[in-house]
Structure formats: structure tokens, C-alpha cells
Design a protein around this ligand. Structure first.
Ligand code: PRP
Length: 218
């Protein structure tokens, strides 16, 4: 099947942790995916039938591509969406990439006052403490945030906890859970209107497999 450019959908995928589960979900939904997507170093790949062009982006950049309409759809974590606050539609909870956004620190710091917090998620961290009426300084770190309380930079971190292994191996504990995170399907607002047929089709198929995997898992 050949597809003209106007009907081709561009989908931005998040590189990294959620990629394997994302591809498994797309395939289960019968959405065409290039065979070599995970092995390839290409950043733009077409599905074998030409109906979908995939762009492989850093997760934090996915909402930007979708808001500006260079991608019609995006697959990205709720953590990134909350932090980015981009103007787009969130269509579906894909039920993969499940983890928790938590306030963590040393066990003995549990009852201490929070003065400084390190995070990759400046907005989520600041909002959380503001909503609790606490004045804290939030310091941005790009990764390995768990280091901050260990070496005395901050009293707490706000970070994702998946298995809890990183915390445990570094002697840190969860002080508070802020929210549950999972991967979402998002759409550009204009594409959602102009390409509604294709987007509805993909959303329905993904909803179907997502609902099934929830049933099996529960
Ligand atoms: C994430 C997160 C934690 C870790 C949690 O980091 O920031 O550090 O995973 O996973 P766990 O509970 O299963 O141990 P990532 O590996 O994405 O790298 P980063 O520290 O550079 O952000």
C-alpha cells in the first residue's frame, strides 16, 4: 500500500526505558512498526507500508515535537508531560512505564525540616512543596539525583521510583508518594481534527490492547 504524505502520520516515540514496551504494545495493536527500529541508529523511520513515520526522540523533547505539530502523535511518560505543560491532547493511558514520583531521602531525615530538594522535575517538585505550604529551594540536577542527599547537597530528592532498587542500594527511602506515573498517548491539537480518522483508529486499537493487558495482569 502506498500512502500519500497528507495521510501519513508522524509519531514521536520516547527513546530509552519505555521503548521495548512501546513497540510490544504497537505490534499487539496491529500498528505497523519497522522491524529494525530498536537496533537502528536512524532517528526517522517509516513503517513498511509507509502509513506511519516514526521519529525517535529524547522523552523530554516528545511533547515539544507534538505541540509544534511536527509529530501528530507522541508516546511519552506522564512525568514528562506534567513537567513540560505543553498544549496538547492526552488521549490514552497506555499502562506501561508504571512508576511513582516520590519524595525520598535518608531514613533518619524523615521528620526533619525540608530546606533543599534536588530534582530533574523542577515544576513537579516546586508545586508539591508549595501545595503543602512549605518553602523549599529546588535545585535542578540532570540525573543520578540520589547522590544529592548522600553527599549533603539537599535534604530530599523528588524522583521516579520504579523497582526501588536505586534507593535501596544507596540507603535511601521513600518519604512520600506524590503521584503514580505511566506512559501516555498524546496528540497535536490540529492533527487531532485534521487526521481524526487515522488517530481515532490508532487510539481505538491501542485502547483495546491496553484494556486486555490490564485484564490479564489483574
Ligand atoms: C530513574 C530514576 C531513578 C531510577 C529509579 O533513573 O531517576 O534514579 O530510574 O528506578 P528503580 O526504582 O527501578 O531503581 P534513570 O535510570 O532513568 O537515570 P537518571 O538517574 O540519570 O535519571
Amino acid at each position: 500500500m502506498t500512502v500519500n504524505e497528507n495521510s501519513q502520520l508522524t509519531v514521536a516515540l520516547s527513546k530509552g526505558r519505555i521503548m521495548t514496551d512501546t513497540l510490544r504494545l504497537l505490534k499487539a495493536a496491529g500498528i505497523p512498526v519497522p522491524d529494525d527500529l530498536e537496533e537502528s541508529r536512524k532517528l526517522i523511520l517509516e513503517s513498511p507500508d509507509g502509513s506511519i513515520r516514526y521519529i525517535l526522540a529524547k522523552p523530554v523533547d516528545v511533547p515539544t515535537y507534538v505541540e509544534y505539530g511536527v509529530a501528530d502523535l507522541g508516546i511519552v511518560g506522564k512525568d514528562v508531560l506534567l513537567e513540560a505543560e505543553r498544549d496538547l491532547y492526552e488521549l490514552l493511558d497506555l499502562g506501561i512505564g508504571r512508576c511513582r514520583m516520590c519524595v525520598c531521602g535518608l531514613p533518619e531525615a524523615h521528620h526533619g525540616t525540608v530546606k533543599r530538594v534536588a530534582s530533574k522535575y523542577m515544576r513537579i517538585a516546586a508545586d508539591h512543596f508549595r501545595n503543602q505550604g512549605q518553602q523549599v529551594e529546588v535545585i535542578f540536577l540532570n540525573g543520578s539525583v540520589e547522590l544529592a542527599p548522600l553527599i549533603g547537597l539537599t535534604d530530599r530528592i523528588v524522583d521516579l521510583v520504579e523497582t526501588g532498587r536505586t534507593l535501596a542500594e544507596n540507603g535511601l527511602v521513600i518519604h512520600e508518594e506524590i503521584l503514580q506515573i505511566s506512559t501516555r498517548l498524546v496528540a497535536n491539537r490540529m492533527s487531532f481534527r485534521l487526521k481524526s480518522e487515522q488517530i481515532d483508529h490508532i487510539t481505538a486499537r491501542l485502547r483495546d490492547v491496553t484494556a486486555k493487558s490490564f485484564t490479564v495482569g489483574e
